[in-house]
Design a protein around this ligand. Structure first.
Ligand code: UDP
Ligand code: MG
Length: 333
């Protein structure tokens, strides 16, 4: 890049604010290190910055640590939710409260390296609205987790019309208009990576090596992952509902053909009393298929139930804005 271009970019950036949104749930071991590394990266940029921590009802000292950090560093904003709502909603709360022209979403555990932010910004200058990190490696994760994640992204890719990039977490940079679009999506069942793809715009991937957690434990377990996968599938495709119809057609056709065989056999050879084993197999099989399809329908009905209540997504216990934003609050962002 020549010098004029660089100067122009710096001039554009001087006027801008970048917000880094961080969901925090029981992360007392990592917050300080995370903040140190992130601020080191942000200070090198030529734009103003704020780091919006969303405390998602932590039961450890995370909130106290955040408040202490904020005492010395006015670039910090804290949104303290009224209880634990889960990462997806914590992220949404963060997006609602981020004031930046650019917004980065990142985990607190340093699995997503903040050092990648300048590269994201570079692509933003090229005209992309969403720049997301795609993992090339997953340090410190079990092979079962890797395998299930692999299968999940492939199945989603096949089932849904929205292309959800594989091996992608929530780590990304969004332009202001992408954030505004995300804010319009008010659904309770929030499969964030799906929603980020759903809003469209120019999207760009950046490959990165996913590190081990810096400290602390993952909040995920296999039951949660399974539900997360269900959430993804039911939020973005109604294909499972169609399974019921296809199974129904296949069974009806099978039953018709089988009845022809039975009629033929009865006419030709009389009707000896037999068929108990086949009868019980059919009854059990059909019972199983019916329960399965009712279950699938139930998954969707449950979600309709939750959506129709139209509850607010979250409540806030307290809020501390960053001074970096306030300083310029007379200029609309
Ligand atoms: N998190 C959250 N609320 C929750 C669970 C997690 O805000 O109920 C945050 C957590 O503090 C971290 C991020 O979401 O910043 C990712 O969580 P984790 O590392 O447990 O997930 P993984 O990286 O294993 O997918
Ligand atoms: Mg993690």
């Amino acid at each position: 890049m020549n010098k004029d271009n660089q100067d122009n970019k710096n001039l554009i950036e001087l006027d801008m604010l970048i917000s880094v949104v961080v969901p925090v749930y029981n992360e007392k071991e990592v917050i300080e290190e995370f903040h140190r590394r992130t601020v080191a990266v942000l200070k090198k940029l030529s734009m103003r910055f704020e780091v919006v921590y969303v405390n998602d009802g932590s039961s450890d000292e995370s909130l106290d640590i955040l408040k202490k950090l904020r005492y010395d560093d006015s670039s910090i904003a804290i949104v303290d939710l009224s209880r634990n709502f889960g990462k997806e909603i914590a992220l949404s709360a963060g997006l609602d409260h981020a004031n930046g022209d650019l917004v980065v979403v990142i985990d607190a555990d340093l699995q997503d390296p903040p050092e990648l932010i300048p590269e994201f910004i570079k692509h933003w200058h090229e005209g992309y609205d969403i720049i997301y990190g795609r993992r090339v490696g997953r340090e410190g994760e079990s092979s079962i987790k890797k395998l299930t994640a692999f299968c999940f992204y492939r199945v989603m890719g096949k089932l849904s019309r929205i292309k959800i990039p594989p091996d992608t977490g929530d780590f990304r940079l969004l332009s202001r208009r992408a954030v505004e679009a995300m804010k319009l999506l008010k659904e309770q069942h929030r499969f964030m990576k799906g929603l980020f793809s759903w809003i469209g715009y120019n999207q760009k991937e950046v490959l990165y090596q996913r590190e081990k957690r810096f400290a602390g434990k993952t909040k995920w377990n296999y039951w949660k992952l399974w539900n997360f996968a269900l959430e993804g599938i039911t939020s973005f495709t109604i294909f499972p509902l169609k399974i019921a119809s296809y199974l129904g057609i296949a069974t009806a056709l099978g039953a018709f053909l089988y009845s022809l065989i039975v009629i033929y056999k009865t006419l030709m050879y009389g009707d000896p009393v037999a068929g108990y084993p086949s009868l019980i197999v059919f009854i059990l099989f059909l019972g199983g298929v019916q329960l399965l399809t009712i279950g699938i329908i139930g998954e969707y009905v449950g979600r309709i139930f939750n959506e129709t209540k139209k509850r607010p997504l979250y409540f806030i216990n307290g809020r501390y804005d960053s001074e970096n934003y306030k300083m310029n609050s007379d200029t609309p962002v």
